[in-house]
Design a binder for this molecule. Sequence first.
Ligand code: SF4
Length: 457
Amino acid sequence: MAVSYRHWIHKYILREEPGPILSESILQRIWFESLVRNPLSTLHGEKISLNHPGFWNHRAGPDFLRASFSTADGSLHEGDVEIHRHSSDWHAHRHSDNPLYQKVSLHVFWQLDPTSPPSPSSICQIALADQLAAPLTELISLFQSSTPEMTSGEKPGRCRQTLLSLPPDKLREILEEAGWHRLRQRRSLAQARVAAHGFDQSAWIALAEGLGFSENREPFASLARAVPIQHLLELSDSTSREAILYGAAGFLPDPTRTPCSPRAQGLIQRLWDKWWEFRELWRDRILPSSCWRLGGTRPNNSPLRRLAALSFMAEPEVWNPWLESVRKGNAEDFFAQLKAVSHPFWNQHSAWNGRILSAPSRLVGLDRATALLFHILAPLAEICEKDLMQRMVAWPIGGDAGMLRSACLRLLGVPFPPPDIRSHLAREGLLQIYRDFCRGEADACRDCSMPDFLKHR
Ligand code: SF4
């Protein structure tokens, strides 16, 4: 019997046991996603409830900044989080001598190393080994490789000839199998998130990630965690929702200090006045400016415009029917809501400077809305796989065009999939193989097991 894509990935790319493959970055991702039991037990048997995992810090210092948690007596604590594979790494890395680590209040690791001296008693120690919210192998499989960056000069790789020499139906079969693997992984992650945060909040995080694009996926997800949808829905007016999102993102200029364009002046002043009513409440949830990637995005895809889209979607009369479309797997309603997203200022601007875009542009373009079908609706829809497959045939084609181009160039030597393998699943499969095997790395072909997999097929 032919070996399946999933089987091959588990055998050659993943491992069953947490060996070297359980890297610190996987533990960090698990923490970022809060896919842990809540409350968590410390090594001393205390229970702590995690309110916010903190903001991922990619610079020197602790892994997460400003996490917030409550102890069993109800008191609220805030502090940084350091994550290691081994508990002994705290001392091995000499963190106690480093002033950057003075605010660490949670030391999180996989397992206790019984021979290592404990970290300082002021720091809660948490071993994650028995406290995950989903099976470890599933989590490793989900987070094992980061999404590759788009590569502008991608070159054909080692398996191109073999792939192109396959009969079209065989090639399509392999790609669609990889596509199903991708979809199932997304559904697994969605299930783990729903179990940890509930359906509404999981959809909110997925929407924020999708609007963040690959450059700002992480800060958008951080923002959605910092400002849960439930809080926004309870507010009585849209200005408050918008003010909290822009304020917590750190995107609101102070109109008393920053000269504003007359076009933006009214909007900024309105949001700023509202933000001042809430600011103290949200102070510890404001994202550090260092987490945003603001340069290099096209004006139409500016995070400020994406945030306007997120804010529009948080209106109860928009959010509730849209969420229902996700739950029911209704692509038509899902798409219609996203196409209707608009904002009187941001439809025509990409920044606060008042410069007008060359043409008014949708806050969520058609290509992005199509990509969101796969990022949000397909993983979260409460329908069976067979039903999902039948519905997907009628979905519009598109989404993730840049990444698909890179994958096609690498795997097939052409910028677009050939016409006979243009199904949704085949497109998803190309993206998954690119992520699992090529990883956007020029030298990944050298030790790649994909050519062997193709031989086995
Ligand atoms: S890295 Fe592997 S899958 Fe990617 S092109 Fe090279 S041989 Fe093929």
